[in-house]
Structure formats: structure tokens, C-alpha cells
Design a protein around this ligand. Structure first.
Ligand SMILES: Nc1ncnc2c1ncn2[C@@H]1O[C@H](COP(=O)(O)OP(=O)(O)OP(=O)(O)O)[C@@H](O)[C@H]1O
Ligand SMILES: [Mg+2]
Length: 480
């Protein structure tokens, strides 16, 4: 797939120069961008979703703050382009990426900078179109920033690379769904099949045949020759679910096939070739040594050319209601058109968002199914539709609670979980502060002054804390 599909098609973006006093210095670059096919607008003269190009002469604090404001945590794509490489001297591109820039380029680092910029914007536009398409948006539901940013990565990797993909995440977070999506949108797999092997169900004595196939008479009961997963997946995708359960002998065999694309059927002497995209999923840390169990590191690096960690539902609580609505719509279609109720009443919405989901999205789906089946009539799903065993037990009013009910039960549950997982008071404090800073910045659309006001600290203090960060905008936040 070419970036953007139609190479000749102009790509639209706003273009601006930072600092504004340097506008003249950027004029030449803007003209070259136009000639390379960019429909360049002034900021604010397109739609809010248009990507932007911010040309800059100096990477200073004002630039980082502006980027944070424009990028909204990375959801709005901004390409930061240094007019000269020297503009990135000092701390380099990292603070700009941390502030939310989607990419950083230097104009004089390439012989064709304008074309490079336009190519990058075309790629983004192709990815965003696919992310918004029904194939993706109606299958992998979620509107929150965490999920949308992850979807972009998944789509970009699936479409623009042939890399093997390792999908990790707790049970019920959507690993299989992601594997199916990668196969469905991979343009190299057109029409070929996705072969799924669940490594937890492999019977050791039949494993060779499952993977490699066998020749007639290879073992008792082998009445005819048969293709295995490697042959069936040729030109398509092989999805190894729960790959952490793959026995050590098979790990060695798989390594050879993945590296060389050759294998022999059980009982056969002929080398056969195959080529497939490999997608693996696991809910455990494959690099961790578990007793005497250890996943081969060489195989790990082959299967994990790109890794994708799916967040648990507690890391994306903003998606609980959109997901619940999606599952309710699915249930309603199954039940026929008689039910016209559209939604959940406010008490149920609160119950759904505050509840704990150890089984993640699968658990939410099952819960919505149970509520939908109890529901009668055309009104919204109400508290009475929540199965009795599921209902909140009620907590004693907390004397320290503020007028608007904070800290609420969800907060207490989160702290209880942290304590149960052995997380100490110091760590809880650090996390709470980091989360407060992140949320305040998000709420303020990246505006440092507004965020500082909401947090009750000075702009300077907030800026210093963010700059102290080594790995993220809020790392290293300390109490005064
Ligand atoms: N983003 C999503 N949008 C809609 N449905 C989802 C999403 N993620 C997961 N689901 C649904 O949740 C259920 C669990 O998803 P899936 O089987 O892909 O999870 P998993 O990570 O493979 O779980 P396990 O580790 O238990 O095998 C499925 O019914 C799936 O359709
Ligand atoms: Mg699964």
C-alpha cells in the first residue's frame, strides 16, 4: 500500500512557524511544501482533525508548551520540523516528542525535506482513515486517547510492515481481536487465511503433525498425508495464541521455520518452504524466568519484531461506557428489533464505570449480556436489570468525603488493589501525583498555566517538574 493511497492527491495540513517572529525564515520551506503537494493552511483554517507542521528555529520551552497545547497528548498530529539541525542541539528531539509531537524532522537532514514531510503526512492520513473506518472502529471499540493512539500503531504496523507481532495483555483485553484485525488489514495477505493455533491445547504427541503436517504412514493412524499449520498459513497469517505455553522442543523447531521458512513434514525427507506473517499472543512476561520454565530469548526476538501491550480495562475506564453501549447494540440485534431502549440509566452508568473487571472487556461484555437479557420494555437499562449478585453492596458514608463525593468507592478500590499488590505508600503517592498532573494537563488541553492553576501549583513549579522528567512528561514529579 502506498502512503496515502493516491500519490497525486494533495494532503491538507496547517503550517506555522515558531517563534512567530521567525516567520520569514520559514517562508521558503512553506513554498517548497506547497510545491511538494501540501495544501498548507493557516492554523485554525481547517478542521480540528487536520494534522499540522510546526517549523521551528529554536527548541525552547515556549515551543514545548505550544506543542503540548496543539497536540493534546498526541491525539492531534503535529510534525515538528527544525529549520536547521542545530535547532535540536541540547536535549534533542525528546522533549518535543514528550510534549506530544507525533514526529520530529530536521529540514537540512534530508536532500528532499519537503517530500519527506508530505510523505509522512500522507502516511498519517492513510492510517487515520483506516482507524476511523467501520472495519476498525466498529470492531475494536474505544474512543479514549490511550486506545486511539494504540490503534494507530496497530494499523500502521499491520499495513506498512510485514513485521511479526507479539500481542500481550491480561485475559480478555482483546488480543485475539487485534490479531484478527492485523490479518484483515494486511494488504500482503489478500484472500489468504489466518491459521490459529492455541498452544495450550497442543497434545505433545501430535504437536509435530499439527505444526509440520505428516506423510502417509508416518505414525500409527496416519492414513493419509496432511498439511500442518506452517503449510496452511503459507502467504497468510499464523496466529499462535498463548505462545508462552509452547513446549521447549517446539520453540526450537519454530525458530528454524521463522528464520529460514523451511520445514519437513513428520515422516518426510523433503524440505518445504513457507512464508507467513506471524502473530503471537500471551498474557505472561515471556522474558521472565518462571521456575525452570524459560522462553527462548532468540525465539522471543523473532516473534516480537513489534510488541503491542493491550491495556487492561482499568487503564481505559473512559472506554467502559462506549464498550458497554457497543455490546448492548450487539445484544439488541441478536434479540430482534422489538427493543428500542438505547442506553443505560445514570445509576447503571455509574455502577459500570466504578466496577472492577478482572476479566476485562470479556467480563464487561458478559455483564452487559446478562443485563440485556433481564431487561424488559423500551426504556434504558435500569438498576433492577443488574443481576442481584452483581449489585453494589454499599459502603458506609465516609466522613472525609468532600461535598461532591470524593474520594469515591472507585478511588478506595484502586488503593485497596494497590495495597493488595504490595505497592507501598511512597509509590502510591508518586502515582497519584503523576496521574493528577497528567489529567490536569489533558483537561487543560496541554496549557501549562491552566493545568498549574487546577493543581494549585505555580506554572514554574509544574514546568520544572515536567522538565526533571527523564522518560515522560510527569516522571520525577516530587512534592514540594
Ligand atoms: N476493543 C474492543 N471492542 C469490542 N470488543 C472487544 C474489544 N476488545 C475485546 N473485545 C471483546 O472481548 C472479548 C475478549 O476478547 P479477546 O478474546 O480478543 O481477548 P484475549 O485478550 O484474547 O483474551 P484471553 O487472554 O482470555 O484469550 C471478545 O468477545 C472480544 O470481542
Ligand atoms: Mg485470546
Amino acid at each position: 500500500m502506498s502512503d496515502g493511497g493516491a500519490e497525486a492527491e494533495a494532503v491538507r495540513a496547517w503550517v506555522d512557524v515558531h517563534p512567530p517572529a521567525d516567520e520569514q525564515r520559514g517562508e521558503g520551506a512553506v513554498e517548497l511544501l506547497r510545491r511538494a503537494g501540501l495544501d498548507a493552511r493557516r492554523p485554525g483554517h481547517g478542521t480540528r482533525d487536520d494534522p499540522g507542521v510546526l517549523l521551528f528555529a529554536a527548541a525552547d520551552d515556549a515551543l514545548t508548551a505550544r506543542l503540548a497545547r496543539l497536540a493534546g497528548g498526541g491525539l492531534h498530529r503535529v510534525l515538528a520540523v527544525a529549520l536547521t539541525r542545530s535547532a535540536l542541539d541540547g536535549s534533542g528531539p525528546w522533549p518535543l516528542l514528550r510534549a506530544g509531537a507525533s514526529d520530529v524532522l530536521a529540514w537540512d537532514a534530508s536532500a528532499t525535506p519537503a517530500e519527506d514531510v508530505v510523505r509522512r503526512l500522507r502516511r498519517w492520513s492513510a492510517v487515520d482513515r483506516l482507524v476511523a473506518s467501520p472495519l476498525v472502529a466498529d470492531n475494536l471499540v474505544g474512543a479514549g486517547a490511550t486506545w486511539q493512539l494504540l490503534l494507530r500503531e496497530i494499523v500502521e504496523t499491520a499495513v506498512f510492515s510485514d513485521a511479526s507481532v507479539l500481542v500481550t495483555g491480561e485475559s480478555g483485553t482483546g488480543k485475539e481481536l487485534v490479531a484478527r484485525l492485523v490479518h484483515a488489514i494486511d494488504p500482503r495477505r489478500g484472500g489468504e487465511q489466518l491459521v490459529l493455533l492455541d498452544c495450550t491445547t497442543i497434545v505433545p504427541s501430535l504437536a509435530g503433525s499439527e505444526f509440520f503436517g505428516h506423510e502417509k504412514g508416518a505414525f500409527t493412524g496416519a492414513l493419509a498425508s496432511r498439511d500442518g499449520a506452517f503449510a496452511l498459513a503459507d502467504r497468510g497469517t499464523l496466529f499462535l495464541d498463548e505462545v508462552g505455553e509452547l513446549p521447549p522442543e517446539l520453540q526450537a523447531e519454530l525458530l528454524r521455520v521463522v528464520q529460514e521458512g523451511t520445514y519437513k513434514r513428520v515422516g518426510g525427507n523433503t524440505w518445504r518452504t513457507t512464508g507467513f506473517r506471524l502473530i503471537c499472543a500471551t498474557n505472561r512476561d515471556l522474558l521472565a524466568v518462571d521456575g525452570d520454565r524459560r522462553f527462548r530469548p532468540d525465539l522471543y526476538h523473532r516473534i516480537a519484531a513489534w510488541t503491542c501491550r493491550l491495556p487492561s480495562l482499568r487503564e481505559r475506564t473512559e472506554d467502559i461506557l462506549p464498550l458497554a453501549r457497543h455490546f448492548l447494540r450487539e445484544e439488541r440485534q441478536d434479540d430482534g428489533p422489538s427493543s428500542t431502549a438505547e442506553d443505560f440509566d445514570p445509576a447503571v452508568q455509574r455502577f459500570l464505570t466504578e466496577r472492577h473487571y478482572p476479566g476485562n472487556i470479556r467480563e464487561l461484555r458478559q455483564l452487559v449480556g446478562r443485563m440485556a437479557r433481564r431487561h424488559v420494555g423500551s426504556g434504558p437499562i435500569g438498576a433492577g436489570d443488574v443481576p442481584p449478585g452483581e449489585r453494589p453492596t454499599g459502603t458506609a458514608p465516609d466522613a472525609s468525603a468532600t461535598a461532591d463525593g470524593w474520594p469515591d468507592p472507585a478511588f478506595q478500590r484502586s488503593i485497596r488493589r494497590a495495597l493488595a499488590s504490595g505497592i507501598c505508600l511512597k509509590e502510591i503517592g508518586v502515582r497519584a501525583r503523576e496521574t493528577a498532573v497528567d489529567l490536569a494537563l489533558q483537561e487543560a488541553d496541554g496549557n501549562l498555566q491552566d493545568a498549574a492553576r487546577a493543581l494549585g501549583v505555580t506554572d514554574r513549579a509544574l514546568q520544572l517538574r515536567r522538565r526533571a522528567s527523564g522518560t515522560g512528561p510527569t516522571d520525577g514529579v516530587r512534592e514540594d
